[in-house]
Write a protein that binds this ligand. Structure first.
Ligand code: DGJ
Length: 818
């Protein structure tokens, strides 16, 4: 009898052993013993028998199983001797980028890995794709130990044997409503050192239907994107009634769902509740403004509610600017399936042979250390991949909507350019009301579609405005609502058939407007041409605010004829086609995504946009909550945050809140007192010193306004050299005794200078730690006494890692004053 010691320390070591081919039992053990450093336990599967083998622990041989030399030899040959393609090694080889797919036979676990996350599939003997694991990154040794009981069919098709909600359902051209999916191939390629793509190809043995499940992983960011493609070669069109981008399975004691919801001016309200047996759906049927009632994002905590720093949490969102559905079904055994994708509501998709329906990506992450890490994963991914110019700078601006509404003219705007200059912002943004001649846009009842400058308000056209702005040293941006049309417009008179409306029902208006039938290629051309004309004839336009002020109702496309159930999906694809064309010609133009406030905030659109308008509600008290909600999924630089006259809080409070995002102003500067103007001018300068940290740093939410009468959060730059803390006292009760706030994300070994900034003229910091040096360790263990008892007051604190010299001087001064 021989003691078997199997080396399985990590992937590379295993491969090295694979290279030593002459296996004899004695050698085999010798090699293992020599190379063995990291110790653990593993289950090895061989053809003959499943055996438990033990590793050597700190030089002491512990024997779990005793195996004969023959069996060892069989092991070695079985595992290492026979050359076979090993999925785990192929999928994990991230050495360099390759543009070609490697195809391999799916006999071993299919690993979808990022730095800290593993999603593991296995193909059953019958060819069914099974989810085996999703969670914290596992080593291959652990993956091979996963027991068969953890297997559950991964992407379940409706119409055959499963009794719960399907991921996909098809009605074939012969009327058969079932789909059976068997894995035929798995391909994987390294797209870049950080990004790899695995495609699992499934086919129905009885019908020429092909489904491809795509998994794109972003290694450093711990983000996975999943989407599905379906195509077929049946004699006639098929009907795809369910088309999830992803189906994920969980088997935990409890599940806690955090959802975000709201309405106009009350976006992104956060709510967490346990999931109970049965189905919970979060969805939108609004067609265009998918974020208006329910937001297309969620967090799911496993076992117990996750905090910012603790607990297992999955955060997910859909890259889709239309109807979405997240369905959570807790089955009779307490297992949970999450079905994420476009909303199947009224959307049986009619798919012709040879065509492909590609679903939007479900983007998700897993964190074993709470919600904070999950959101930082999203921020990093968004900056690197999800948002247009995600790593670039953003412009501060003055917008005129709140201050003037539709009531402005050329000379008024000329004074606003001067005000933008005096504030020191980068850009002036001209909002709604500048267009329409037969029907001038003096209110929201007319003119959408007639995108020519109004000659009475702007006799010298946009050219003059651009010139004036330039003279004042500010750039010029403009508002558009390209997908909509007013019934009172020249466009409507010319093309009454270009509108989404039921043929035999009265038109239904929302904000007095209708949605253009963008599915019609002639309408796509019109929208593209309108914007292209505007940009090419007015070369100085440096920014666009793209608004979308209504959802779809009475939705019907004359262009789609009998295929009305394709409408919701085709509309969004058509919008993306227009945006693709525009980005082809204007790849870098910054654009704000707006939808009557934050009605449309998703990563489907954000790859074309540099930022979004989170809400028309700019009352800073409300904004603390709104921006807090968005911060779980979007980096600060994508949140447009303007100082306006909403709310009764001090200008400082309003400005401090706006500084947590992409700072702008939408306020009548001429009404400011000299102190207010001075404060705002200084604030713009201060913001320029902080913005890199806010835009590109790591966010830590420290004190949650949903639980406390204050809110504190901080951003830390990636080098941990500088940080900015935002602290807001909301409505503290009489006698509230605040405790110090411990910071996060700093380098414990560095020393930071604490400095309150953005102070109002004439006021002094009351922060006890102001102006002093503290170690990162102190700040993260003892903390800062940030909060005051004043209602709706705020402070902005900058932390800068100090140099050695500064430290020495400080120590000297301290000892001298003793
Ligand atoms: C709704 C937007 O949210 C506002 O900021 C403003 O642009 C108006 N539309 C203009 O109509």
């Amino acid at each position: 009898m021989i003691t078997a010691v199997i080396l399985y320390t990590n992937q590379r070591k295993r491969i090295e052993i694979m290279k030593s081919t002459k296996w004899k039992a004695q050698n085999c053990i010798k090699v293992y013993k020599e190379q063995l450093k990291v110790i653990g336990e593993s289950t090895i599967q061989n053809d003959m028998k499943r055996s438990r083998i033990l590793y050597e622990k700190k030089g002491r041989a512990m024997i779990l199983a005793k195996l004969s030399a023959i069996l060892i030899l069989a092991f070695c040959q079985n595992i290492y001797g026979k050359p076979k393609v090993d999925l785990s090694t192929v999928a994990n080889r991230h050495a360099g980028a390759s543009t070609t797919y490697k195809t391999y036979i799916p006999t071993d676990p299919i690993q979808i890995n990022t730095q800290n996350v593993s999603l593991v599939f296995k193909v059953s003997q019958k060819g069914t794709l099974m989810q085996q694991y999703f969670g914290k990154r596992l080593t291959y040794a652990s993956i091979s130990e996963l027991t068969p009981s953890s297997l559950i069919e991964s992407y379940i098709a409706g119409g055959s044997t499963d009794l719960y909600e399907p991921a996909i359902r098809v009605v074939h051209s012969d009327g058969n409503p079932s789909l059976v999916l068997k894995v035929t191939d798995v391909e994987s390629k390294q797209v870049s050192p950080d990004n790899s793509l695995t495609r699992i190809i499934l086919k129905d043995p009885e019908y020429p239907v092909k489904v491809i499940l795509n998994f794109s992983t972003y290694n450093k960011e711990d983000i996975i994107q999943s989407w599905m493609e379906i195509s077929h070669e049946e004699p006639k069109a098929i009907r795809v009634t369910n088309f999830a981008s992803a189906m994920l399975h969980f088997n935990n004691d409890n599940y806690y769902l955090t959802q975000f919801h709201g309405d106009w001016a009350e976006e992104m309200k956060m709510e967490e509740a346990p999931l109970t047996s049965g189905i919970k759906i979060i969805d939108s049927k609004l067609g265009t403004r998918e974020n208006m009632f329910q937001s297309p994002m969620f967090m799911l905590s496993l076992n117990s509610p996750a905090t910012e720093t603790k607990g297992q949490v999955i955060a997910g969102t859909l890259a889709w600017s239309g109807n979405f559905q997240f369905l959570f079904e807790k089955d009779a055994l307490g297992r949970l399936r999450v079905v994420a994708g476009m909303n199947p509501y009224a959307s049986d998709y009619i798919l012709d042979a040879g065509k492909t329906l590609t679903t939007p990506a479900f983007i998700y992450t897993y964190s074993a250390t709470g919600k904070g890490q999950a959101s930082r994963n999203f921020h990093d991914w968004a900056r690197n991949y999800g948002v247009l110019d995600g790593n670039g700078a953003r412009m501060t601006l003055l917008n005129n909507w709140e201050a003037t509404q539709f009531d402005f003219n050329e000379s008024k705007l000329d004074t606003l350019f001067a005000e933008a200059k005096s504030l020191g912002v980068d850009l002036f943004l001209l909002d709604d009301g500048w267009f329409g001649n037969k029907y001038p846009r003096n209110n929201d009842h007319t003119s959408l579609g007639d995108w020519q400058a109004n000659k009475r308000k702007l006799p010298h056209g946009l050219g003059h405005l651009i010139q004036e702005a330039t003279k004042n040293g500010v750039k010029f941006g403009i508002w558009l609502e390209p997908e909509m049309i007013s019934p009172k417009s020249e466009l409507y008179e010319k093309h009454p058939d270009w509108i989404l409306k039921l043929p035999n029902r009265p038109e239904h208006y929302f904000r007095n407007e209708l949605v253009l039938d963008l599915i019609n290629p002639a309408v796509q051309d019109f929208v593209y041409q309108t914007i292209d004309d505007l940009l090419s004839k007015n070369a100085g336009i440096a920014f666009i605010k793209w608004d979308c002020n209504r959802m779809m109702t009475n939705a019907y496309s004359a262009y789609l004829k009998e295929r009305q159930s394709n409408l919701y999906i085709d509309y969004v694809h058509s919008l993306y086609k227009v945006l693709d064309r525009l980005r082809g010609k204007y790849p870098n133009l910054p654009m704000m995504l707006c939808s009557g406030g934050g009605g449309r905030t998703d990563y489907g659109a954000l790859k074309y946009f540099t930022e979004f308008w989170p809400s028309d509600n700019t009352d800073p008290y409300e904004r603390i909550y709104i921006q807090w909600g968005y911060s779980y999924f979007f980096p600060a630089k994508t949140l447009a945050a303007h100082v306006t006259s909403w709310g009764k809080q001090s200008l400082k409070f309003r400005t401090d809140v706006a500084m947590m995002g992409r700072l702008g102003f939408d306020i009548d500067v001429s009404q400011m007192t000299s102190d207010e103007l001075k404060f705002s001018q200084d604030a713009v300068k201060t913001y320029h010193t902080l913005s890199k940290i806010v835009w590109d740093g790591d966010l830590y939410r420290l004190i949650d306004p949903y639980r406390h009468q204050r809110a504190v959060l901080m951003y830390v730059d990636k080098d941990k050299n500088s940080s900015v803390v935002f602290s807001y006292n909301l409505h503290p009760h009489y006698g509230t005794d605040w405790t110090a706030v411990t910071l996060e994300g700093l380098d414990p070994a560095k020393t930071y200078r604490v400095e309150e900034t953005n102070l109002y003229p004439g006021s002094k910091s009351s922060l006890p730690e102001n102006g002093k040096l503290f170690s990162g360790e102190y700040l993260m263990t003892v903390g800062l006494n940030l909060s005051k008892s004043d209602v709706l007051s705020s402070s902005v604190i900058k932390l800068i890692a100090s140099t050695k010299m500064e430290n020495q001087t400080e120590t000297k001064t301290r000892s001298e004053t003793k």
